[in-house]
Design a protein around this ligand. Structure first.
Ligand code: ZN
Length: 593
């Protein structure tokens, strides 16, 4: 990372996490934890939990988590080094850098921003004034862009030459490459990345230049759009074009319109919908949604109708649940995009955004509008196709309301639809996997149970390691995630180290445990944990015995194990049973593994 690891630890130790968090949210003390409404997702009941002693937080609602550095990063949109620097300044600590690599990294990013800023301005002037920019100016005028729009969005023109920009800017070659402005061609020559294109500069939400999108002129060569490849300051899964200009309108309206192209954003703004942004040559991703939820809770997709209809329903519903946002769709005629409509009929464009409907309502309308509802056969088919769409929604109450609409439109009995009769009548040709999708959404692939002796033991290992350290063994955990969590804890000297070295799933579990109370009685938890381990071994032994050629050979060990398990339940003999059973389990695991 660059900042000396010791200094990061010093900053963490010197920071009053509760005080830092309190500047962004109201916290209340409950037991040993602090709880409050999570600042990272909208909620009415608190699921944000902070453990001041460990300096860790976890949100049970949105699963966000981390330490005070992560908290500051997320809340202020900073990178790691920036967050540490902010906290260090606050604590009066002067940071030292490992071999100066972080200050170098920080400077490198700043130089990239500066190079991009210079390039944006150079390209912009080229568009405004140069002779070779005439065709681009003409094209933009034909698209209805006046001088005001060109200046507001700082549009540019990249001339045809191989290295016009490279020669014009007084920027080191390496920085030009790092910024994605130039590359070394096969002949070993530094070459402009953008040539013969109208440029749409891309800025981060704070207004710093991070990249460029380039469009060829009609009849030009190469792909229609070309964007900066990912760089140290540009990550296409997190960058949204236009957010720097749209931010205020997004916050004011509580809504953000997401479209697919730079020209859509500009078209929408010119048509009176300033709260629009676009993904930059990529599909909408988790990172985009997470960024947007800092500004708004309603996301309106303004895509071409077919593109919106084919969106991945599961992901939309998942985002609605995970980020507590509403996703709606503005309906356009097929083949129409917002940029076209902005020029032809701005009023219709505004109306389409205003009348955006929930994603499910939009899909349903799409299916029903294509159906033939004049004959009983047509209506039955339509009902099947519509129900396939409805069944994808994870909320039963929502499904039922749409079911009523389907019943009404297709003139079928709602009871028949509820009973699932539509599934059997559904032809394989209908779009959507609805027929095969179960009524309840499937959960995440791997989730360890949230309670029970394994979790309690892990929680004790997190909070009171000295009390359980010598008494726990990985053989006592059956759940693979619990085993991994225990191993991370056992191998690390601090909780932070364990979290840092664990897989994301396991790190998440540890972080959650760190903000829970560990009030249970150690002896009691261990007895239950060991009992479970013993019971598992007993079942295995009995299975082995049944399969063995001489089952009698197992009789001795089976009866010893049964007896030991009984002793384990008796407080008087518990300790002795534990002392005999745990080493036996460990040894047995070693020989069978
Ligand atoms: Zn949350």
């Amino acid at each position: 990372m660059g900042i000396a690891e010791e200094d990061v630890a010093r900053v963490r130790a010197a920071t009053d996490f509760v005080q830092v968090a309190s500047e962004h949210m109201a916290l209340r003390k409950v037991g040993r934890r602090w709880v409050g409404l999570c600042p990272f997702h909208g909620e009415k009941t608190p699921s944000f939990s902070l453990n001041a002693e460990e300096g860790l937080w976890f949100c049970f609602g949105c699963q966000a988590k981390g330490d005070v550095i992560t908290f500051v990063r997320e809340i202020d949109h900073l990178d790691f080094a920036e967050a540490v620097q902010q906290l260090a300044t606050r604590a009066g600590i002067t940071l030292r850098y490992d071999d100066a690599s972080t200050s170098r990294e920080h400077q490198r990013r700043e130089r990239i921003h500066e190079a991009l800023e210079q390039a944006v301005e150079w390209y912009h002037q080229r568009l405004l004034t140069s002779a070779d920019g005439a065709a681009a100016r003409k094209y933009l005028r034909s698209r209805g862009y006046d001088g005001e729009v060109v200046r507001r969005y700082r549009l540019g023109w990249a001339p045809e030459g191989w290295d016009t920009l490279v020669k014009a800017l007084d920027v080191p070659d390496r920085v030009l490459r790092d910024a994605g402005l130039a590359f070394v061609n096969k002949a070993g020559r530094l070459t402009d990345s953008f040539r013969g294109r109208v440029l749409f500069p891309i800025f981060d939400p704070g207004g710093k230049a991070v990249g460029l999108g380039g469009r060829v002129l009609p009849g030009g060569e190469g792909p229609k759009y070309k964007n900066t490849a990912d760089t140290a300051v540009y990550n296409k899964s997190r960058i949204l074009y236009g957010l720097n200009w749209a931010k205020k309108a997004v916050v004011d309206t509580g809504e953000v319109v997401v479209c697919e192209g730079y020209t859509d954003v500009i078209g929408l703004a010119v048509a009176g919908v300033p709260q629009a942004v676009a993904t930059c040559g990529t599909a909408l991703a988790d990172g985009h949604i997470r960024l947007l939820t800092n500004f708004a809770r309603r996301i309106v997709l303004a895509y071409d109708a077919d593109a919106a209809g084919q969106g991945a329903a599961e992901r939309f519903y998942e985002w609605e649940r995970k980020f507590e946002v509403d996703i709606a769709v503005a309906a356009f005629a097929p083949g129409t995009d917002p940029a076209d409509l902005a020029r032809r009929n701005p009023q219709e464009l505004r109306a389409a955004v205003q009348d955006a409907r929930p994603y499910l309502a939009f899909r349903l309308e799409l299916v029903l509008s294509r159906a033939d509802l004049r004959s009983p056969e047509g209506r039955a088919r339509a009902a099947g196709a519509a129900m396939a769409v409805v069944s994808e929604h994870p909320n039963e109450l929502v499904r039922d309301q749409y079911l009523m609409q389907v019943a009404d439109r297709c003139q079928v009995d709602p009871g028949r639809l509820r009973s699932g009769a539509w599934r059997t009548g559904q032809s394989g040709a209908t779009r959507g996997q609805g027929g095969a999708v179960p009524d309840t959404p499937t959960g995440p692939p791997r989730r360890a149970e949230a309670s029970g002796p394994e979790v309690e033991a892990l929680r004790l290992a997190v909070h009171r390691p000295e009390e359980v350290a010598d008494r726990l063994e990985d053989v006592l955990f059956a759940d693979e995630m619990h085993v991994a969590a225990f191993r991370s804890l056992a191998a690390a000297s601090t909780l932070h180290e364990a979290i840092g070295s664990a897989d994301p799933d396991v790190a998440q579990l540890l972080q959650r445990l760190a903000v829970e109370e560990a009030e249970e009685d150690v002896d009691d938890v261990l007895a239950r944990l060991i009992d479970r381990g013993g019971q598992r071994a007993l079942l295995e032994l009995q299975r082995e015995a049944r399969a063995a050629s001489v089952p009698e050979e197992y009789a001795g060990v089976v009866s010893w194990l049964k007896l030991t398990l009984e002793q384990l339940r008796e407080p008087r003999t518990r300790q002795e049973a534990e002392a005999g059973l745990v080493p036996w389990l460990v040894a047995r695991n070693r020989t069978t593994a």
